[in-house]
Design a protein around this ligand. Structure first.
Ligand code: C2E
Ligand code: CA
Ligand code: CA
Ligand code: CA
Length: 279
């Protein structure tokens, strides 16, 4: 069985590498990273349930491909990883997010954090913390306006490097969120060993929360234990009012999802702030 699984992995990777479309896209991504105006961010709002107020945004990368149109991370993140372009892509994303939020801060007085997704490879890369700090300095963005979203597996795979990076980020006042919580291997007690502020419950648990008693029990347990560890809990992928009220009754702190706001362009945030201060 094991051999079969391995050969399948080997086969699909070999196939992907030979695929002319993949090679072409890799060349295009290199170009996009050096030319600079094809990658952009969409920002999805997050709301606190108790006060019904907007508390921040998550930055989600997009690629305006000259031929294929707007591509989602699913179309190019793995490619960037395999091609060794992940730190370049990550730097571009951090740069775009800091620039946009510094602009919004000066132009409309926005004082809410932006969450940036950080791949495991970026977090453990050389001088990661210095590069983040350099970017904040460059745009004059306060560290309180940046949250980094990392996945739990990097804490297990590279605990020493990750712990050191997180401690240094925390000392600078940058908040850390654990993304996709529940889909990886970390337990809540393990998380407690790292300086973490926020826990994001993956949308796969939210999707069927009204239908599947197991999913509901998992979300309930995550919220209870997270609160005991004094972590703030965000539920992602909230699409219906019923999901929202169930999450509220379970004590979830904050929500993100299509129900409350689609990922939007930075240039639309000012108008959004005027209309949607409250849910
Ligand atoms: P994620 O960090 O879990 O982000 C949430 C994803 O759920 C986003 O997909 C978002 O558009 C989508 N979403 C938001 N609300 C809803 C909803 O109500 N229902 C459903 N079904 N989906 C919702 P997106 O933008 O396609 O990003 C997918 C993943 O790609 C992200 O998952 C994240 O892991 C990764 N990603 C996105 N941007 C970046 C980035 O800048 N850097 C890195 N390293 N990864 C990124
Ligand atoms: Ca995320
Ligand atoms: Ca997720
Ligand atoms: Ca994710």
């Amino acid at each position: 069985k094991r051999d079969k699984a391995d050969s399948h992995v080997w086969f699909s990777q070999a196939q992907a590498d030979d695929d002319p479309d993949t090679l072409r896209l890799e060349t295009d991504l290199r170009e996009a990273l050096s030319a600079g105006d094809q990658l952009f961010l969409r920002f999805q709002p997050q709301f606190r349930l108790s006060t019904a107020s907007l508390i921040g945004f998550e930055a989600l990368v997009r690629w305006q491909h000259p031929v294929r149109g707007e591509l989602s991370p699913a179309d190019f993140i793995d490619l960037a990883e395999d091609a060794g372009l992940m730190t370049a892509l990550g730097d571009a994303v951090v740069n775009l997010a800091c620039r946009e939020f510094a602009r919004l801060r000066t132009e409309v007085g926005l004082d809410l954090p932006v969450g940036v997704n950080i791949s495991p490879r970026e977090l453990v890369a050389e001088r990661f913390v210095e590069r983040i700090a350099g970017c904040l300095d460059q745009y004059g963005l306060p560290s309180s306006m940046l949250t980094l979203e990392i996945t739990e597996n990097v804490l297990i795979e590279s605990p020493t490097i990750a712990a050191e990076a997180l401690a240094r980020l925390r000392r600078r006042g940058i908040r850390i969120a654990i993304d996709d919580f529940g889909t990886g291997y970390a337990s809540l007690s393990y998380l407690n060993r790292f300086p973490v502020d926020v826990l994001k419950i993956d949308k796969q648990f939210v999707r069927d929360i009204l239908l599947d008693r197991n999913d509901c029990a998992i979300v309930n347990a995550i919220i209870g234990m997270a609160h005991n560890l004094e972590l703030e809990v965000v539920a992602e992928g909230v699409e219906t009012a019923e999901q929202m009220s169930l999450l509220k009754s379970l004590g979830c702190d904050t929500l993100q999802g299509y129900l409350l706001g689609r990922p939007m362009l930075g240039s639309d945030i000012a108008a959004f702030l005027r209309t949607a201060e409250r849910i």
